[in-house]
Design a protein around this ligand. Structure first.
Ligand code: OGA
Ligand code: ZN
Ligand code: ZN
Length: 388
């Protein structure tokens, strides 16, 4: 079966967002319970009939407004459908008379083996000498490119700076809300980091904070942390950062046994104050199904009682010390003083962050912080990509 010359796209509305054109179909051939499609660009791919029936974009199979799926794939298609190419797009008529019209470019983007459309950048581990991307506040708030550059760097490098912002209370919340609703925790949706009279957390003192992740005592710690500097006039208080994934990868190479222990031994984390007692048990390094690193939980001051028999405890402490030393290697750390009007954003489940001690008698230090969900950062990038 051959195509006619000009292809007018048939766009399933639900997929409009990432539709980027694509070649016309030139052939459609049945092969038992498959359909082999060939595009004018030379690619060929086999689609299962089940899949094609399930993905029918018509208004009966997809809700007219939400474009969400209505069709439920309970009945396998009994016979191969009748097929024809119309203006380079695919039209199928199933045994029960139902008709499905597929856009050739839409199918092309979804041909088996095709996974990513490239909108979300892959993580890139820090190498020695890493310098973070800085985006100007005016560019972030004033242009889609500025916001995209910020999101891209944050997702790729795990950390990004925003420069030259106003010294305005709550600016951190306004910036975060451009991306999505703030993720609340027991410290509120938005928190003030400064030395407080009755601190319930190390961050609210003037002591140094060793590299850590926030809230590993939660089942799901917040994904992204934003810290906005309003005042930084005290002596000390420099910020420190380290790519926790890169450090874990180093540990894996240098000391596989220590890596194994930290990834296989669940330990307890706990935060307690007058109002809360939040506990979670998890290993310091969480691995995915393929052994890849998915999360680091590292926070020495809210690590709780270690429930391990003495021998296992001793082995675990040896592994912990090795990782601690790696994390603290000075040439792998990024250290700088946040300037008033500057904001740092980082992936709290990948990066380790800390600060040097400061002297509250010497001047004021005040940061405002909040958290965001990674899903909404990725969503924002996809939405911005529609306009590109
Ligand atoms: C925190 C924190 C760092 C700082 O609030 O979680 O780590 O620079 N603060 O005060
Ligand atoms: Zn349909
Ligand atoms: Zn912290």
């Amino acid at each position: 079966m051959t195509a006619t010359a000009e292809r007018r796209p048939v766009l399933p509305m639900s997929e409009l967002s990432d539709y980027a054109g694509g070649p016309a179909l030139v052939r459609a051939e049945p092969a038992s319970d498959r359909l082999i499609l060939s595009w004018e660009s030379g690619e060929q791919a086999a689609f299962s009939l089940n899949w094609l029936r399930d993905h029918c974009p018509c208004d009966e199979c997809r809700h007219v407004r939400t474009r969400e799926r209505l069709y439920i794939p309970l009945e396998p298609p009994e016979h191969a459908p009748r097929m024809q190419l119309i203006e380079g797009n695919l039209e199928l008529e199933w045994a029960d008379g139902h008709q499905s019209r597929f856009d050739a470019g839409w199918l092309y983007q979804r041909r088996p083996g095709q996974t990513s459309n490239g909108t979300i950048p892959a993580r890139r581990p820090w190498v020695e000498g890493f310098r973070p991307v800085s985006v100007d506040h005016a560019d972030f708030t004033g242009s889609a490119e500025g916001e995209r550059a910020w999101l891209d760097a944050l997702l790729r490098d795990g950390l990004v700076l925003l420069d030259n912002g106003p010294l305005a209370d709550e600016e951190v919340s306004r910036l975060a809300e451009r991306i999505g609703p703030l993720r609340p925790t027991n410290f509120g949706a938005r928190f003030d980091v400064r030395s407080k009279p009755n601190p319930n957390n190390a961050a609210y003192t003037a002591i140094g904070l060793a590299p850590h992740t926030d809230l590993p005592n939660w089942r799901q710690p917040p994904d992204i942390q934003l810290l906005y500097c309003l005042e930084n006039g005290a002596d000390g208080g420099e910020s420190t950062f380290r790519d926790g994934f890169a450090a874990a990868q180093m540990l894996r190479e240098r000391s596989p046994e220590a890596f194994r222990l930290l990834s296989e031994t669940a330990i307890d984390f706990r935060f307690q104050d007058e109002h809360h007692d939040i506990v979670w048990r998890a290993p310091i390094l969480t691995l995915g199904a393929d052994g890849e690193l998915v999360e680091v939980r590292f926070n020495n001051w809210i690590r709780d009682t270690l429930h391990l028999p003495p021998e296992q405890a001793d082995a675990w402490y040896r592994a912990y010390r090795e990782f601690w030393r790696l994390v603290h290697e000075p040439h792998q750390q990024l250290e700088f003083s946040l300037a008033p009007g500057q904001m740092v954003a980082f992936d709290n489940r990948r990066m380790l962050h800390g600060r040097k001690a400061f002297n509250p008698e010497s001047g004021r230090r005040h940061l405002q912080g909040t958290y965001l969900d990674l899903d909404l950062l990725e969503s924002r990038l996809r939405v911005l990509a529609r306009q590109a």
